[in-house]
Design a protein around this ligand. Structure first.
Ligand SMILES: Cc1cc2nc3c(=O)[nH]c(=O)nc-3n(C[C@H](O)[C@H](O)[C@H](O)COP(=O)(O)OP(=O)(O)OC[C@H]3O[C@@H](n4cnc5c(N)ncnc54)[C@H](O)[C@@H]3O)c2cc1C
Length: 303
């Protein structure tokens, strides 16, 4: 059965774009995750549409992968199809003061393109290690900026393969959410609306934010960034620190000593270590402060 399905995908995408039992630890910034049954690397919207059709026919679940920077994949991996947007779908075009980019483009590359074209307003996103698609879904944000402030529209594919162009005011982008997330759409591309600005000022702002990140965040370790959402009226990192959990470990997973809002992989953590540690953190913070932390990181596979 697996061989038959593999053949269908190979006919569509070419053998080099179909990986079987691919370790997800190679595709997540946590460097954690067991094998995915099928790992596909499409080159066009048409190919994506055809993949969704095959998944429907074969009753296979699928998951859209950006850069895997907000993801914890189970040690058992994923029994379905991973569709990787990041490798082949990353074209970036400048259109006046707008940037139109495919969903697999990295935010850092878009930020560098904007800087080179003297377009300001995207500096906040340059240090977020995700793709445009992942950032639209999550309404990624940093240092006072959010994707919803700069996105003009997004082109998405519905689960039925229909293509829709959605203006920002209909994307319902809120704190780490959007209609793309709630409706299970797949982002194909988005238009980012920027303003002409002085290139030296853009560079200085980007440098300042990079310094802030490197001094405050444990970028020397694999992680998925802030592990928990910011609870209303609090900071997750501070609650965790004030619960005495700085440096708390389960197996190879640890609450970062540098920034308690990050869970890091100290080298040999498995997904279960991270998950167990997160559960301990949630329990201890609830006991001490009566606040229930919610994971920001997405879980994929069985735990
Ligand atoms: C060191 C570090 C620092 C970080 N700092 C920040 C920060 O400052 N601010 C912030 O907001 N986040 C931050 N993050 C988290 C992460 O980078 C963001 O959430 C980012 O937007 C995730 O993008 P991704 O492409 O890696 O998505 P993935 O992790 O691959 O996927 C995340 C979710 O988006 C979905 N998805 C991805 N692409 C698409 C698509 N094209 N269409 C539909 N769904 C899609 C996936 O299915 C999944 O549900 C940080 C992470 C790390 C490791």
């Amino acid at each position: 059965m697996k061989q038959e399905i593999r053949t269908k995908f190979c006919d569509l995408l070419g053998e080099e774009n179909v990986l079987i039992d691919e370790p997800m630890s190679r595709h997540t910034t946590f460097r954690i995750g067991g094998p995915a049954d099928y790992f596909l690397i499409p080159r066009s919207c048409e190919e994506i549409g055809s993949i969704l059709k095959i998944c429907k026919e074969e009753k296979l679940p699928y998951f859209i992968l950006g850069n895997g920077s907000n993801l914890l994949v189970s040690d058992l991996g994923y029994r379905g199809v991973i569709i990787q947007m990041y490798r082949n779908l990353s074209e970036i075009k400048i259109e006046g003061t707008n940037i139109r980019a495919a969903s697999g483009a990295l935010l850092s590359t878009i930020a560098a393109t904007a800087k080179n074209a003297s377009l300001g307003g995207f500096e906040f996103a340059g240090g977020i290690p995700g793709t445009l698609g992942g950032a639209v879904v999550m309404n990624a944000g940093a240092y006072g900026g959010e994707m919803k402030d700069v996105i003009q529209e997004a082109t998405v594919m519905t689960q039925e393969g229909e293509i829709l162009c959605i203006p920002v005011d209909e994307l319902a982008m809120g704190y780490r959410t959007s209609v793309v997330k709630t409706a299970g759409y797949l982002v194909l591309e988005a238009v980012i609306s920027l303003k002409e600005a002085d290139q030296e000022e853009i560079k200085a702002r980007m440098r300042e934010l990079t310094e802030k990140r490197t001094s405050k965040q444990p970028l020397e370790y694999p992680s998925a960034g802030s592990t928990f959402k910011r609870p209303e009226g609090y900071f997750a990192g501070k609650l965790i620190m004030d619960s005495g959990l700085r440096g708390y470990r389960v197996g190879g997973a640890q609450v970062s000593e540098k920034h308690c809002g990050f869970v890091i992989n100290t080298g040999n953590a498995c997904a279960k270590d991270v998950r167990d540690l997160m559960e301990d953190v949630i329990d201890k913070v609830r006991d001490k402060f009566g606040v229930t932390l919610e994971p920001e990181v997405k879980f994929l596979g069985e735990f």
